[in-house]
Ligand binder design. Structure first.
Ligand code: SF4
Ligand code: SF4
Length: 471
């Protein structure tokens, strides 16, 4: 007698329709009546195949469920926890983040680099030299293997404090790409305080992807994003510069990145200001990374509030999408992209996997946040990437090693959360960020519902995620 087992899945509804989220593969499956009755029958345990295939329709439904991995036969192995095993050797790099300076002209009160959550005492001010930037580019190409689409991101401190290194690095990387038959794209994050017409024009001419760190309208921006010596807010400096950038650079979408703190949880107001009043294409929100007890850390009530605000913005997103329009709520787009691709993550992000960061002095780190922080170094651009450190990281960071996550239904999307946040909070980057789990699960459930509504109401809208690169 052959027994059939249900694989791990989470069922959910959107309107009248019923769906299942297949946990190991992140696939969304719409459930018709035949499929539903098979899954209903398997809810209280395995059943003989004959008991499930009492009609020709049921046979087809069972075959389809087996094909997508929603059920498996007796003796057949269940789909592994994730589809990705620990890579036997570090995968080729696709992205390198250059911290072109560790200095900043602002002293945002929550900054991981300068605030109470830094991993080490601040290093003396450093700027990356053109030579180190070139060696970083060489490192990327040397480690890129079969990847022919590469990404170089310029970061800081405040990136534009060392603008002079960026142009030569872009030219050099393009030359290397031509020689190697590869394509290289560039992006940059800035606080916008140093943008000038000339820089904005250069960014546009070179099609550099730009993300602006900004927290919202004047009273919100000025509460945390301030100049160090005077404590003066930065809104009046950045607003005209951003408007000029957006008026000059119209050929590539420009996004804003907002850091939310306990003092600033007003998503609708911030979103309205940054999209409608300033003209950003997209806005991404990130709750501040902090250890507990800091007055700007977002507590449980704040997280509930945030979820409600995300829910309301999500409803507007669906409304717009059903009318064929795009509402630039980047957090939701990112999740929809992952669901659409069926991303099954064995690691929370690309850090150490296809991405590494480089500190101004050339020390290689797991990502831009770890670069230059002693114990976390992964080599140096002069001597190359320390492969053994990457192997160790990939072994210890794999989702299969995170016992707390092993029964969690969102593990193939969350995979434990940001290493840097875990390092700050628990002193161990491999610890899952368990303080966010309920929030992540509710937010993911919300994303699945949105996905299903779009699948039903305007599936063409989801085509935009077909080619989307998810970091
Ligand atoms: S960190 Fe929490 S939400 Fe994320 S996979 Fe682990 S248990 Fe699930
Ligand atoms: S999610 Fe965290 S660990 Fe990963 S790249 Fe971002 S900051 Fe670094």
């Amino acid at each position: 007698m052959t027994l059939v087992y249900a694989s791990e899945l989470k069922r959910f509804s959107a309107g009248e329709r019923k769906y299942a989220f297949l946990i190991p593969s992140s696939m969304v499956l719409e459930l018709d009546n035949e499929v539903r009755s098979i899954l209903d029958a398997l809810e209280d345990g395995p059943k003989p195949i004959e008991a499930l295939t009492t009609s020709p329709g049921a046979e087809g439904a069972l075959r389809e469920l087996a094909r997508v991995g929603a059920v498996h036969r007796d003796g057949a192995p269940d789909i592994p926890l994730t589809q990705l095993a620990t890579p036997p050797e570090p995968p080729p790099l696709s992205t390198i983040v250059l911290n072109v300076t560790n200095s900043c002209n602002l002293s945002c009160r929550y900054c991981y680099e300068y605030g109470e959550d830094r991993l080490e005492e601040p290093a003396p001010a450093q700027v990356m030299s053109v030579e180190t930037a070139r060696q970083s580019v060489d490192t990327l190409f040397a480690e890129s293997g079969r990847n022919d689409k590469l990404q170089i991101t310029f970061f800081g401190g405040e990136t534009l404090l060392n603008f002079k290194v960026i142009g030569p690095t872009v030219d050099y990387a393009r030359q290397r790409a031509r020689e190697e038959g590869k394509f290289v794209d560039f992006s940059l994050t800035t606080n916008a305080t140093l943008l000038t017409r000339k820089i904005s024009q250069w960014l546009a001419d070179n099609r550099i992807g730009v993300t602006v760190s900004i927290d919202g309208p004047k009273e919100i921006q000025d509460s945390m994003r301030v100049y160090g010596k005077t404590g003066m807010g930065s809104y009046d400096i950045v607003a005209p510069r951003i408007k000029e950038l957006l008026s000059i650079y119209t050929t590539r979408p420009i996004g804003a990145r907002v850091t939310l703190t306990s003092k600033v949880i007003d998503v609708p107001k911030i979103f309205h200001h940054l999209t409608e009043e300033m003209g950003f294409y997209e806005v991404g929100f990130a709750p501040v990374t902090s250890s507990t007890g800091l007055d700007y850390a977002i507590d449980g009530n704040g997280l509930d509030q945030l979820l409600e605000q995300f829910r309301a913005l999500g409803e507007r997103y669906v409304e717009a999408a059903l009318a064929g329009k795009y509402l630039g709520f980047a957090n939701l787009s990112d999740m929809l992209g992952e669901i659409h691709e069926g991303v099954a993550k064995a690691y929370p992000c690309g850090a150490g996997l296809g991405l590494l960061g480089v500190a101004p002095g050339g020390e290689i780190g797991l990502c831009h946040r770890f670069a230059g922080s002693g114990d976390h170094d992964f080599g140096h651009v002069k001597t190359g990437v320390d492969a053994s450190k990457r192997i160790e990281h990939l072994e210890r960071g794999h989702i299969d090693k995170r016992i707390d996550c092993s029964t969690c239904w969102v593990r193939s999307l969350c995979s434990g959360g940001c290493y840097h946040e875990a390092q700050v909070r628990y002193g161990d980057r491999f610890r899952p960020n368990l303080h966010y789990c309920d929030w992540i699960r509710e937010w993911t459930a919300m994303g699945l519902e949105v996905y299903a509504k779009l699948l039903d109401g305007n599936p063409e809208f989801l085509d935009r995620f077909d080619q989307r690169k998810v970091a």
